[in-house]
Design a binder for this molecule. Structure first.
Ligand code: WT7
Length: 668
């Protein structure tokens, strides 16, 4: 009986219908912030005509952007579009690391700072473009010494230390696609990604620092590789960060410091085809198995380099800080590739925003005279909670532009960010995009666009977005619908690694011929875009994507769990938080301790970010007559809201039972 339940497919209702509250909340927001004359006068993009020009000839527009890169051989065709498969700049040859490093050094920028690095304990390094180039060449030669050749995949599992961008760029230099796994992911998650990618080498560190403690990484790699679980892996390259004792496996593991510094500096950048694989990055979808998002070389670099220039209005003397982790796409595109392709000086910070105290970020802004700061709404809300006094202690007058990414920024947080951090002077670019889009898609251009707090405004030049109903028909102003992208763009994903079928089904089947990102949205009367959240079973926790199904399957893998349903509830800091409803196997006793055990079990299976905020034990889960779990109802229960229509419930009594259980048994 119970086992049958475990196997039952969990179907759910989805659609932008659940977002009407958000629509109401947002439609009262009508404050406008036009660009100041001073900002407009110096902006990289100040002519509003750029939108019409790009719309009239998107391929011409993107070719113009691509021509700002250094190509070893010119492309023959700008776009070859066999839906849903795109090829951009076919015939062209280039190398991403060459574009990020060599060409700047050749142009006399060798002594310019590439990164100011700050470790959490307070240790610091300054690394120039020529210093970074040397490190990348040595690391690339070390990878070759470990048997990595063009086309071989390399997994990277590192804390935010200088070796991180070095490793990423070393892979790009020799044409070995990287697959970065965020350091917060568990050994299980790491193993799955290594195996799906078939990685030959894993680059890691002993550990990293987080809130004054060390977080172990190498032991996670050991656990992932144990018992021959990752047959493709030949070697593990281990950077020394914390000095914590770690075991080294003979003939497999090698210390970075023993191998990399002694390498030759001679390492030519491999000429890559425009459509050669640059990297894979795994992201959660609606099933338990994460998708390996495929990004290629020429189009991706064109997209990130171009949007970095236009959206962040970058000038040669800017000091730019994206306070994300390179483990997520934000870090790939806007800590490493976009900034370095533009020869921009960046800040890399290893640790937490509130260590040793909540002034840490503002201290960093003051120390390096940061001019452009790119952060997530969840962090802004945390700073709001800690209070503006920490920012007020520091000189933030260098800041001239602020960015937001990862989830909708609520107007209250926007206004706080604008006032307390941006001194009412710095425009805020609220940038909508995804792992799959590779680069920013919807965002203000700060020299052109009037800002509205909470709106990501309009699609960038060369991007053709729309909001449609179920039938694919454009919706009117203030009607919620589905966001779609009508035409291919250079930095778009080229597929899901090894799974063309899933690629078609996930992104191209709901609205044939158009890309469906999975977000609900509406336009206001001015044609401004208001993102309304995911319309699928994907949650957004602190700007990171989590799959409800993935958490459910982690729960069900525990021996005492019969069935589980996970929903996202709103949370004042993280935006959303997972809440689990769990039915135990017959005979298992409910206890507070078991709730805690299951929360830890999820952290162990996926990573701490997926740990449910609470676990509610229920005698049964509410289902429709056809057996679908009624997640809307569970969301209402989790949020302690009045219940909606329950008449489709198979057993209406279940709701009361669950509600009683949730009231008495909520775990904190
Ligand atoms: C999902 C993508 C893009 C890098 C970070 C997340 C949500 C992202 C915004 C924004 C509203 C946003 C969407 C999207 N999202 N930015 N500015 N406003 N929603 O990358 O993990 O691939 O997640 O994040 O729901 O689909 P990701």
């Amino acid at each position: 009986m119970r086992d049958e339940k475990r196997m039952a497919p969990v179907e759910r209702e989805s659609g932008p219908g659940g977002t009407s509250q958000a629509i109401e909340a947002l439609s009262t927001e009508d404050r406008h912030f036009p660009p100041s004359e001073a900002f407009r006068a110096q902006a990289n993009v100040a002519d509003p005509d750029v939108y019409a020009r790009a719309a009239a000839d998107p391929e011409g527009y993107w070719a113009e952007q691509a021509s700002q890169l250094d190509w070893f051989a010119p492309w023959q065709t700008v776009l070859d579009w066999q839906p849903p498969f795109a090829r951009w700049f076919d015939g062209g040859r280039l190398n991403v690391a060459h574009n990020c490093l060599d060409r700047h050094v050749a142009n006399g920028l060798g002594d310019k700072v590439a990164y100011y690095w700050e470790g959490e304990p307070g240790d610091r390094k300054v690394i120039t473009f020529s210093g970074l180039l040397d490190d990348v060449r040595r690391c690339a030669n070390a990878l070759k010494a470990l048997g990595v050749g063009k086309g071989d995949r390399v997994a990277i599992y590192l804390p935010m230390i200088v070796e991180f961008p070095v490793a990423v760029l070393a892979c790009a230099r020799i044409g070995a696609p990287h697959t970065v796994v965020f350091g917060g992911f568990s050994a299980d998650s790491l193993r799955d990604r290594i195996n799906d990618a078939g990685a030959k080498v894993v680059i890691t560190a002993d550990g990293g620092y987080r809130r004054g403690k060390t977080v172990a990484l190498k032991p996670q790699v050991d656990a992932a590789l144990a018992d021959g679980a990752c047959p493709s892996v030949r070697h593990v390259l281990v950077a020394n960060r914390t000095g914590d004792a770690v075991g080294m496996v003979a003939d497999r593991d090698v210390w970075w410091d023993d191998l990399v510094p002694g390498q030759e500096l001679d390492c030519p950048a491999e000429p890559m085809e425009s459509e050669d694989l640059l990297y894979l990055l795994y992201t959660s979808g609606t099933t338990a198995k994460p998708k390996g998002i495929v990004h290629t070389t020429g189009g991706y670099l064109t997209g990130v380099a171009s949007t970095f220039r236009s959206v962040f209005d970058i000038k040669p003397d800017d000091v730019y800080w994206c306070a994300a982790d390179i483990g997520w796409v934000t870090g790939h595109s806007y800590i490493v590739y976009g900034p370095l392709a533009n020869g921009t000086t960046g800040v890399l910070y290893e640790g937490a925003p509130d260590f040793p105290d909540p002034a840490r970020w503002w201290e960093i802004v003051e120390r390096y005279r940061v001019t452009v700061l790119y952060a997530a709404p969840t962090a802004i809300r945390a700073h709001m909670k800690w209070g503006a006094q920490f920012a007020q202690k520091h000189d933030l007058s260098s800041l001239r532009l602020l960015g937001s990414v990862g989830e909708p920024i609520n107007p209250e947080a926007w206004i706080w960010y604008h006032h307390h951090i941006g001194g009412d002077r710095a425009p805020i670019v609220d940038t909508w995009w995804q792992t799959e889009t590779g680069a920013i898609m919807i965002s203000p251009l700060p020299g052109i666009t009037d800002l509205k707090p909470g709106s990501s405004t309009i699609a960038l030049p060369g991007i053709d977005a729309a909001i449609v109903d179920e039938a694919g028909k454009p919706v009117g102003p203030n009607e919620g619908g589905y966001l779609v992208i009508n035409k291919p763009w250079p930095s778009m994903l080229r597929g899901i690694y090894g799974d063309d079928k899933r690629y078609r089904e996930t992104y191209w089947s709901r609205f044939p011929g158009r890309y469906f990102p999975g977000d609900g949205a509406r336009y206001d009367g001015d044609g401004y875009t208001w993102l309304l959240g995911r319309v699928d079973d994907v949650m957004n926790v602190s700007g990171h994507r989590l799959s409800t199904t993935e958490i459910e399957s982690a729960l069900v893998s525990h021996e005492l769990v019969a069935e589980a349903a996970v929903v996202g509830v709103s949370d004042p800091i993280s935006g959303e938080a997972p809440v689990a409803f769990v039915t135990l196997r017959d005979g298992s006793a409910v206890s507070k301790e078991l709730g805690e055990t299951l929360r830890q079990h999820v952290a162990l299976k996926i990573g701490a970010i997926a740990r449910p905020k609470s676990v509610m034990f229920t005698p049964d889960l509410p289902k429709t007559r056809s057996g679908k779990i009624m997640r809307r109802l569970l969301r209402d229960i989790a949020a302690d809201r009045p219940l909606g229509d329950t008449t489709t419930l198979a057993d209406a009594g279940v709701v009361d039972l669950i509600r009683d259980a949730s009231r008495s048994g909520k775990e904190e």
